[in-house]
Design a protein around this ligand. Structure first.
Ligand SMILES: Nc1ncnc2c1ncn2[C@@H]1O[C@H](COP(=O)(O)OP(=O)(O)OP(=O)(O)O)[C@@H](O)[C@H]1O
Length: 255
């Protein structure tokens, strides 16, 4: 099924990104793995959505297909009005640079650049001007004002991840995808990063999608979507630690 390229589906008005009938199969024949087995999902603009599920349930595959880092076997993926499945590699690269922001578990900062230079790197690579007012707002929101001239090895893990958060936001992307962003952080630093992600949604109007195994991290989101065996297995709004644990208990034991 392929919907018209510029039409948000009637059941997902205001979605910043969405997918319909998304299938990703690795291999073929009896050994084929159906990493995504017909996923319909929308990520509302201006909301913080967490994706959870047991190991191997398809979380990373879903994020990679939504972000144009991997190609779906079939189905439709839209970011804004752009259909990812129809894009050539060059267009995809441009989309990732200008329309999407990424935050990874390993901060992926360039060690020889200062915090400020790391933050503006995606714009510099794309030869786009830095909106100084927006840069200042993001840096203030992430609490890095006095650390901008430091190199990554002069910053704590939490500060480095906050630099990565600012880098993801500086181009005002349609969606920020975060893959286990607090996986390498102690609980205090993790709390700071998650609080910032939530604030980036509430105060700056950002759209954030985060894959996490951690119920406490997911409780910072507005919504948690659960995957199991490549399918949507649950969806809760305004999650709390307790409601997430309850939902996880209904999935596979290693969730
Ligand atoms: N490149 C690949 N080749 C073959 N199978 C793959 C490949 N990538 C992922 N898979 C399989 O697809 C399924 C979904 O994997 P995926 O990494 O999306 O799960 P996940 O929920 O992110 O898991 P985890 O929480 O362990 O990171 C798994 O069965 C996995 O083994």
């Amino acid at each position: 099924m392929s919907l018209p390229a510029t039409t948000a589906p009637a059941d997902a008005p205001g979605a910043a990104a969405w997918a319909r009938a998304l299938v990703k199969t690795y291999g073929s024949g009896p050994t084929a793995v159906h990493a995504l087995d017909g996923v319909d999902i929308d990520f509302a603009a201006g909301k913080f959505t967490a994706i959870m599920g047991p190991s191997g349930s398809g979380k990373s595959t879903l994020m990679h297909c939504m972000a144009g880092l991997d190609t779906a076997t079939s189905g439709t993926v839209m970011v804004g009005a752009k259909e990812i499945g129809r894009m050539k590699q060059r267009e995809l690269t441009r989309l990732r640079r200008t329309d999407l922001g990424f935050i990874f578990q390993s901060f992926n900062l360039i060690p020889t650049l200062t915090a400020a230079e790391n933050i503006t790197l995606p714009l510099d690579i794309a030869r786009r001007p830095v909106d100084r007012a927006w840069f200042d707002e993001v840096v203030a929101a992430v609490g890095l004002g006095d650390r901008l001239k430091h190199k990554p090895d002069e910053l704590s893990g939490g500060q480095q991840q906050r630099v990565a958060c600012a880098r993801a936001l500086v181009s005002r992307p349609a969606v920020v995808f975060a893959d286990e962003p607090t996986g390498n952080l102690d609980s205090h630093s993790a709390g700071e990063v998650l609080a910032f992600l939530r604030r980036s949604v509430e105060d700056l109007g950002q759209t954030v999608v985060m894959v996490t195994h951690d119920p406490r991290s997911a409780s910072y989101a507005h919504r948690v979507v659960f995957l199991a065996d490549g399918r949507i297995a649950g969806d809760i709004a305004d999650p709390t630690h307790e409601t997430i644990l309850e939902a996880l208990a209904g999935l596979a034991p290693d969730a």
